[in-house]
Design a protein around this ligand. Sequence first.
Ligand code: ADP
Ligand code: MG
Length: 231
Amino acid sequence: MDHRIIVQLDNVSKSYPEGSDNQRREIFNNLSLSIESGQSVSVVGPSGCGKSTLLNIIGSLDSPDSGKVEVCGSNISDLNDKALSALRADKIGFVFQSHHLLPQISVIENVMLPNLASSAPIEQNECSNRAIQLLESVGMADHANKMPSEISGGEMQRVAVVRSMINSPELLLADEPTGALDLARGEELISLLLHLCEGQKTALILVTHDIKTASRMQRNLAFEGTGIVEV
Ligand code: ADP
Ligand code: MG
């Protein structure tokens, strides 16, 4: 078993300005956290507690006020914009509540799109084969040449999951990916996420409101005040 550390947070603090006169709201204070390759981890907590902020910091879309953030062996604060873009494109997959598929291009073109952002893109044919294989694994191969408007919301979300995996990320960040789906479609999507991540040894951090969904992950984290506890 590979026990490489994929995410390491050391004493990370984050606050946002709130109201007038230089007031700040503390989102988390001296948060430390370590996640290994292939681990699945849920994050729960009430709305507004900082779940998306945490994912954004881990995904280098936001920066902490203080503390160290290491992702896939790189200290985020050491990286310039170009290196950060490469880290995000090559090593990290993102899935959000909304699918963010581009409406003007087909399902398979959407899936292949992140390959263009990769710092080491694979050849077009190979990428297309990989996209088909991934679509197949979520039961969407028959829809490869459809436009996003021609498939259902649940299907779009499955495509978004596949797109997030096209560059074989080491880390997948999923922010309430089932938030817009009904219960059955949601459970199915989580199964697909877990299956894909297990197959590629991708670490998964899943933010969810749903305790039952959370319990399907190997580790369960919950926000408590300005900290996080393992539950
Ligand atoms: P969650 O995802 O748990 O619902 P968020 O991480 O989105 O919570 O937000 C945590 C808190 O930080 C909220 O009170 C939110 O209003 C605030 N917040 C988030 N992003 C910003 C920002 N860019 N500027 C100011 N406040 C923010
Ligand atoms: Mg959120």
